[in-house]
Design a protein around this ligand. Structure first.
Ligand code: SF4
Length: 251
């Protein structure tokens, strides 16, 4: 089947517990959430006319190919960018789960070729998560806080429960999973404290990531209360990790 992809390129993972690992990134197009801190807004469009594909691993030069692309071609183009130091292929977005069967086909094709897969998701689509999980080795699940504008206020609880479903499923399936919460500063603390007990129940590591897109640098003194609140409520493994790819001026 065919689907829409924003870009395919080789770089270094800049977030979360796999930070610093070389990866090939497949950025699926489209996301229906609207997080106020989003740094990939140009991939909200689910049907971009073109996908940019890096010409060689890490070259930073791209050629444009027309969307929609067959799943097999997406997998082949990612495989062409593998290097001996590549840790895994990151299925990212936008929101990759919104690609549904197209995502599952790309994942199945790559996993069948012996590639280790890492999914970066907001966990909003448990049905697709269930289908793609058998192909995943690693998973980053970004939990959205009530006040972050991701969905209208009245839809937030539904989103949060879907995120929890995806996290439990991933944990049961044995994928190496961590939760991520992007923190805009002290304005998010009350909402964060409100979900900490639920996050702790999952027994998964938690990454607190200061928001950076077009914002002030969140001072460490504003972040530490989040780490403390999570520990007090029973989250056992907590890491504060900023987006390191920004040090290299990479988006
Ligand atoms: S879920 Fe991710 S891609 Fe979608 S709006 Fe939020 S930060 Fe952006």
């Amino acid at each position: 089947m065919r689907g829409h992809v924003g870009e395919i390129f080789s770089s270094v993972q800049g977030e979360g517990l796999l930070v610093g690992r070389r990866q090939v990134f497949i950025r699926f197009a489209g996301c229906s959430l609207r997080c106020s801190y989003c740094d990939t807004r140009r991939y909200w469009d689910p049907k971009p006319t073109e996908c940019r594909v890096e010409v060689s691993p890490g070259a930073g030069r791209f050629r444009r190919v027309r969307n929609p692309l067959p799943a097999e071609e997406v997998a082949e183009r990612a495989l062409a960018l593998l290097t001996p130091d590549t840790h895994s292929v990151s299925l990212t977005g936008g929101e990759p789960l919104e690609a549904g069967d197209f995502l599952v086909e790309v994942a199945s094709s790559l996993e069948g070729r012996g590639v280790r897969l890492y999914l970066e998701t907001n966990g909003s689509q448990p049905a697709t998560m269930e289908r793609v999980l058998p192909y995943l080795r690693h998973l980053s699940l970004c939990v959205k806080l009530r006040g972050q504008g991701s969905v209208p206020e009245k839809e937030w609880e539904g989103l949060f429960e879907r995120e929890m479903d995806c996290a439990r499923m991933a944990s049961r399936a044995g994928a190496e999973t961590f939760l991520k919460v992007v923190v805009r500063g002290e304005e998010d603390l009350k909402d964060f404290e409100g979900v900490c007990d639920r996050l702790a129940e999952l027994g998964l590591p938690l990454v607190l990531q200061p928001a950076t897109a077009g914002r002030r640098v969140v001072p460490l003194r504003e972040l530490l209360p989040f780490s403390r609140a999570a520990a007090e409520r029973g989250v056992r493994e907590i890491a504060l990790i900023p987006q390191v790819h920004r040090l290299w001026g990479v988006r």
